[in-house]
Design a protein around this ligand. Structure first.
Ligand code: SAH
Length: 397
């Protein structure tokens, strides 16, 4: 091996997580930086005793000071390694046989490519790079995408907040080709328009794809309340499944405008729709004061707890909306409640919801648990990648 390769030497005992193939090195675990690695450079990570642990991308500004490319000493970190990871990720998606032309093709650590996210929306690929290591391989990644998807448009959405933590400036814009007037996708036979330049995440909540279908199934002949509706994906799935009515609430007027468009795009009945641009916390109380009742309520809030430190405040938020929603649910009704907070465990989320049910004075039965769609895989070595959880609950009589 090269003797002049920059090396991170860990403090004694801090190699444990790497030995279990966890892909992060925190800066507090580093005893010494040998050589003069630049941000994004490949470094060797070694134990205090000098044993090789991993090849990783160095990120001096971040608390996560290195992210692992490979745990094998005999593997070289080069364009070929990135290509192998790419092809493995694409093969995995083919195996899934997802019923949609909108999919997450690369999901960072879970696909062995820390900091790299690629979403596909029909013929448009959206690239998001969020770590110094990923940034260093940008040209290689762009070329790979061009090679694997000839003719596809490539748009970059490297404008996620987390880039700041890595000392990276935001980058947003077209990389290759021209954006069509509207990016149209098809999910379980339903159509949506995705704003890849300005929409949330890379434009659409792909992680809820399978859950939308499973929740929608319960909408038939029910009055539905869709809270945090964004561009109405749950609304459209509910209408398509035969909902009597759907009231959609979101604080973004712009998102709801696109949601309305989605109703007509799918030739569904706008007369069965009600729209409210409002804060969900307040709107739930208003609906309660008006004596409204619903047969299916969907709660899909933004992440209240991005980190563990914020879990307590987040817990109050989840309790509040779940409690108020439960009171709006008619006996025999269904509540689909979600949390995408990485800082809150599925176990704690269920406890919060159980507490809300207790306070609401109603008995609920657990019909199903939800997670993120399988194109957002969870590696057993990297449980932090699991963030979305949900409960499907039936309110007894
Ligand atoms: N269910 C959606 C995704 C929801 S994302 C889907 O399947 O596509 C969360 C949404 O909550 C965003 O659209 C955001 O605008 C909205 N939001 C955030 N805080 C809110 C609040 N306090 N009241 C109402 N909407 C809110």
């Amino acid at each position: 091996m090269l003797t002049d390769t920059p090396t991170l030497v860990l403090k004694a005992g801090r190699e444990k997580s790497l030995l279990r193939r966890h892909p992060w090195v925190f800066n507090g675990a580093i005893a010494q930086v040998r050589g003069d690695p630049q941000a994004g450079a490949t470094v060797a990570v070694k134990s205090a005793e000098g044993a090789f642990l991993a090849w990783a991308a160095y990120s001096p500004k971040s608390r996560i000071a290195a992210r692992v490319w490979s745990f094998r000493e005999d593997e070289t970190v080069d364009a070929a390694l990135i290509a192998r990871r790419f092809d493995a990720a694409l093969a995995y998606r083919r195996m899934l046989r997802i019923d949609s032309d909108a999919q997450r093709l690369i999901y960072a650590e879970a696909d062995g490519l820390p900091g790299v996210v690629v979403d596909r929306y029909a013929d448009v690929l959206v690239l998001q790079l969020t770590s110094a290591g990923a940034e260093a391989w940008r040209e290689v990644i762009v070329e790979l995408l061009a090679g694997r998807f000839p003719g596809a448009v490539l748009f970059e959405r490297s404008d996620a907040e987390v880039r700041h933590l890595e000392g990276l400036e935001p980058r947003l814009g077209l990389v290759r080709g021209r954006l069509p007037g509207a990016v149209l996708i098809r999910e379980h036979g339903l159509r949506f328009r995705v704003d890849v330049a300005r929409g949330h995440k890379t434009g659409f909540y792909l992680d809820q794809r399978e859950n939308r279908q499973r929740v929608g199934r319960h909408a038939r002949d029910r009055d539905v309340l869709n809270c945090f509706a964004y561009t109405g994906a749950f609304t459209v799935h509910s209408l398509d499944a035969g909902a009597r009515s759907v009231l959609s609430v979101d604080s973004s007027a712009e998102a709801l405008e696109l949601a309305r468009e989605h109703v007509t795009l799918n030739e569904l009945d706008p007369a069965r729709c009600e729209w409210r641009t409002a804060d969900v916390f307040q709107e739930l109380r208003r609906l309660r004061d008006q004596g409204r009742r619903f047969g299916l309520i969907i709660l899909d809030p933004p992440k209240f707890a991005p980190t563990h430190q914020m879990a307590e405040k987040a817990a109050r938020g989840y309790k509040d909306i779940n409690l108020t929603a439960m009171k709006l649910l008619e006996p025999g009704g269904i509540l689909a409640t979600f949390s995408c907070s990485g800082g809150l465990s599925a176990d704690l989320f269920q406890k919060i919801v159980a507490g809300a049910a207790w306070d609401a004075g109603a008995e609920f039965r657990l019909l199903a648990r939800f997670g993120q769609a399988a194109d957002h895989p969870v590696s057993l070595d990297y449980p932090e990648g699991e963030y979305l959880k949900g409960l499907l609950l039936y309110r007894g009589g």
